[in-house]
Design a protein around this ligand. Sequence first.
Ligand code: PMP
Length: 413
Amino acid sequence: VHGPLLPVVGAGTRVPLAHGGEIPYANLDNAASAPALTAVADRVAQVLPHYASVHRGAGYLSRVSTALFEQARAQVGAFLGAGPDDVVVFTRSTTDALDLLSRAVPTGARVLVADVEHHANLLPWQRSARTTVVRGGADAGETADLLEAELATGRYALLAVAGASNVTGEVLPLRRLARAAHAAGARIAVDGAQLLPHRRVDLGRDGIDWIALSGHKLYAPFGAGALVGRRDWLDAAEPYLAGGGATLDVGHDAVRWASGPDRHEAGSPNVVGAVALAEACATLAALPAGALEAHEAALRERLVTGLGALDGVHVVRPHPEDAVGVVTFTVPGHPASAVAAYLSAEHGVGVRDGRFCAHRFADALGLAEGGLRASTGVGTGSDEVDRLLAAVAQFVTTGPALEYGTTGGHWGP
Ligand code: PMP
């Protein structure tokens, strides 16, 4: 048995089963939102009694809060290897961060993306006529080849890619793409939502210009994310939000906007969220080198091998060159939503089903009707993977005889 790598809150929570009784929840939906680390929960409990308005008040608590908020900014920057020309802008989420960046692209600049992206890294770009969306390849390497070939035309100012796919778990060769982008006069922005919970990134070492992240995927609660990277486009852009804190001076005729993170962070910030996100970053950074990767690889292998061994189960792109703990599968002949409901109702196993907010990619993978996604995290143990495998095995043997009850929401013969 391979235990969790780090303690998370809520582990072992008992959930009701459709036919009575309860069972500890097996959370295999970490890619959607991961449970908070115990260290994060402790840190939140520690700062919660002490917060007050930041950057505004002169009172003691305001000064403490301001220091906490700015310390969190520094920690998130350090986690990602941000340099002196970079800024850490706190946002609500990855979606928010990528939308912000999409509004900071200089006028007339062309953007390149592939259609394998999560909607958060597709729709902000796709709405501009100056964006080219290329079709993804048969695997992440081929998608990278197609992007490189298109970059080589020299037409682009920005390449936007996900570091890891939320559908297949495939990891893109980021350093190679960063080199190709820079050689072609472009910059590279990375959607780090799925990559950062599993891999370390260093903006300087990896040659990445911007990265977007979400706290709730990185073992901190909802509502805090960040855009980290080069400040020049951000300082030259219209403020993302217009309001208090983003200005230096407001006169009758003119507004002088702040530069740096303040420019895009109008309004009272989510101090507790930022502190939680920073604590998650610091906790992951303190893991021994390679520990995260080894944990993920062992669980992914167990998932892929176990699912692949079941007759009647199809695993999507089971053996990519490089991947995180995200595995998508189908049980052909059965709607993914029904299988997911069965796993939950009869076995207390949580997975995600559907098209994963990546409709174009899902359709290209033959998942137009939806797939099932199992995803692991630092709080996942091999016992949870084994419970999923046993539950799917039971479904494929007894599933055809079952019918999902529309009343009562449970399965019966
Ligand atoms: N990108 C990827 C690859 C994701 O998996 C997700 C979340 N499913 C997002 C972006 C969006 O993250 P959020 O909902 O936190 O904005």
